[in-house]
Design a protein around this ligand. Structure first.
Ligand code: AMP
Length: 180
C-alpha cells in the first residue's frame, strides 16, 4: 500500500527547508534541511512525527540511508527503542556487506548494508530525507529484503512528486510529510 502521512506538520516545517538552486549541479533544486535540523522544536516534531507512524513494538530495526537519512533515522530508532542500521555508499562499511546498484541520472551508484545487520523476519523501517526518483529507496528496500528482512515501511521527510519516485516503490508502504 502506498499512502500519504496521516500526521500533518501543522505548518511551519516547510519554512525550515531551504531550496538551493543549481546545487550540487545545474538544474537541481537542492532541499536543504539544515535549518529544520537546527531548530530544536521542529527537529523534535519531525522525529516524533516519524516515530508516531510506528507505535511501540511494530518494527525491529530502523535503517537510515547515508548521509542525511542517518540524522533522522537514528533518533527515530532511539525513540522506538530499536536498533539503528546504516545503509551506506559503496566502500564505507568495514565488515562483509551486501550491495545493490541503482541508476542515477547519468551514472550508477551502489548502496551497501552489513550482511549481519538484519536477521531473517525482522521488521524494518527505512528512513531518508528526500524521495526524488526513488532509486535510492528502492535499492535500500532490496538490500533489506535480500537479508530476509520485511520492509514495514519507508518514510521520507520530503517527496519530490514530479519525479514520481513512488512508482518505484509499489507494494511498499511509503509515507512522506512534505511534498513539492
Ligand atoms: P533518488 O534516488 O533520486 O530518489 O534520490 C534520493 C536521494 O538523493 C536521497 O538520499 C536524497 O538525500 C538525495 N536527493 C535527491 N534529490 C535531492 C534534492 N533535490 N535535494 C536534496 N537531496 C536530494
Amino acid at each position: 500500500m502506498t499512502t500519504g502521512s496521516a500526521y500533518t506538520s501543522g505548518g511551519g516545517w516547510e519554512d525550515k527547508i531551504r531550496t538551493i538552486p543549481d546545487f550540487p549541479k545545474p538544474g537541481v533544486n537542492f532541499k536543504d534541511i539544515t535549518p529544520l535540523l537546527g531548530d530544536r522544536a521542529t527537529f523534535a516534531q519531525v522525529v516524533e512525527g516519524i516515530a508516531s507512524l510506528y507505535g511501540d513494538g511494530q518494527v525491529d530495526k530502523v535503517c537510515g540511508i547515508e548521509a542525511r537519512g542517518f540524522i533522522l533515522a537514528a533518533p527515530v530508532a532511539y525513540r522506538l527503542g530499536v536498533g539503528f542500521v546504516p545503509i551506506r555508499k559503496h566502500g564505507k562499511l568495514p565488515f562483509t556487506a551486501e550491495a545493490a546498484s541503482y541508476e542515477l541520472e547519468y551514472s550508477q551508484a551502489i548502496l551497501e548494508i552489513h550482511s549481519d545487520a538484519i536477521q531473517p523476519g525482522e521488521r524494518v523501517l527505512i528512513v531518508d530525507d528526500v524521495l526524488a526518483t526513488g532509486g535510492t529507496a528502492r535499492a535500500a528496500a532490496d538490500l533489506v529484503e535480500r537479508l530476509g528482512g520485511v520492509v514495514s515501511g519507508i518514510v521520507c521527510l520530503i517527496e519530490l512528486e514530479f519525479l514520481n519516485g513512488r512508482s518505484q516503490l509499489e507494494g511498499l508502504n511509503l509515507q512522506t510529510f512534505i511534498r513539492y
